[in-house]
Design a protein around this ligand. Structure first.
Ligand code: ATP
Length: 326
């Protein structure tokens, strides 16, 4: 079955099973998928509560698309149990598809339609539809309602993608790299919109390669690596679980070299006058450093102490090398 873009229209929705709040939004257990000899998903399991925003992270080829498409009902699984909004997506049919929204990275639109026409058409097929004007306002396209799709900028098209995915007021929204290609302002706007959807109780499963996006939006983060779920939890839990060092950075004052520094416990790297110490004893090492600076009548105006973030945890969990940009 082909995964539809948001421009594809769907028929109306009968009352069905799996009402909001009855069960967790998503329950996955032992989910397994093979492509020939390749184990693309290896006994993956997690539970998403209603209203949570979950970010699915992982390097290229980790199995994210496979997992998401199985949850959407557009790819079969080999083994395991999957329940989404109380449905098995493999045979949820129309009743299931009307409860979910899907926003893909690239969607094919009919270029000659105006924004308003597309929104009206899409929304007309759902009983819980959005008013097209409200929908256009929600995604920041209120002043583009009469514009033909072919005249929209790339970022505006992505907003239209989002609007079409929301047209049926889905209980669960799948967002595939929702802000790839956005400028910083458009990204903030999209994040604010996702916050608003959260306030309305929409459950969201998003895939992203922007760790900052996951950190900003996600209640829970799932990290896939080579088909295995290597981490699941709140962003702060993942950061804490990885046991990564705190980064202590400063610039040596003129006339001082690193060999004159006190013996701190952390691993030290020096580039010119810039010193970085990665330490698991941040308080003790900071105290050694500041006592040393005070004894030498020095100020260290660039001194910073940075705890490990989600990006560090992600790189550690996926075995990717960290480049030292932070
Ligand atoms: N239809 C298919 N036939 C054979 N192998 C496939 C198929 N789809 C995916 N794979 C393989 O399964 C693995 C997981 O692919 P998947 O697309 O799920 O990863 P992903 O995490 O979404 O990657 P990306 O971040 O690059 O989009 C990869 O090794 C991929 O080559």
């Amino acid at each position: 079955m082909t995964r539809p873009g948001p421009g594809l229209l769907r028929p109306g929705r009968p009352a069905g099973a799996g009402r909001r709040g009855d069960t967790p939004a998503i329950v996955v257990a032992d989910l397994t998928r093979r492509y020939g000899d390749l184990l693309a998903l290896d006994h993956v399991g997690f539970t998403v509560e209603t209203g949570q925003i979950v970010a699915l992270l992982g390097p290229n080829g980790a199995g994210k698309t496979t997992a998401v498409e199985i949850l959407e009902g557009y790819r079969p699984r080999d083994d395991g149990q999957v329940s989404v909004l109380g449905f098995d997506p493999a045979d949820g049919g129309r009743a299931y598809r009307e409860r979910i929204g899907i926003v893909l990275q690239t969607a094919g639109f009919e270029d000659e339609f105006t924004v308003d026409e597309l929104l009206r058409l899409q929304a007309s097929l759902y009983p819980r539809r959005y008013d097209p004007g409200e929908l256009a306002g929600l995604v920041g396209l209120a002043d583009r309602r009469r514009t033909r799709v072919k005249a929209l900028s790339g970022g505006q098209r992505r907003r239209l993608d989002l609007a079409l995915g929301l047209a049926g007021r889905p209980d669960l929204l799948f967002l595939d790299e929702p802000t790839t290609g956005f400028d910083p302002a458009a990204r903030r706007h999209a994040w604010d919109l996702i916050d608003r959807l959260r306030e309305q109780g929409t459950t969201i499963l998003l895939t992203t390669h922007y760790i900052e996006e996951a950190e900003r939006l996600a209640d829970r983060v799932a990290v896939l690596r080579a088909g295995r779920l290597v981490a699941w939890g709140r962003p702060s839990e993942l950061e804490a679980r990885c046991g990564l060092p705190t980064r202590l950075a400063f610039r040596l004052p003129d006339g001082f070299t690193a060999d004159r520094l006190p013996p701190m416990s952390g691993v030290r790297t020096v580039e010119g006058a810039d010193v970085v110490v990665r330490t698991h004893r941040a308080v003790a090492d900071t105290r050694l450093l500041t006592d040393w600076a005070a004894a030498n009548h020095l100020d260290l105006p660039t001194l910073t102490l940075t705890p490990p973030g989600l990006e560090d945890a992600y790189l550690s969990l996926t075995g990717e090398p960290a480049d030292d940009h932070r």
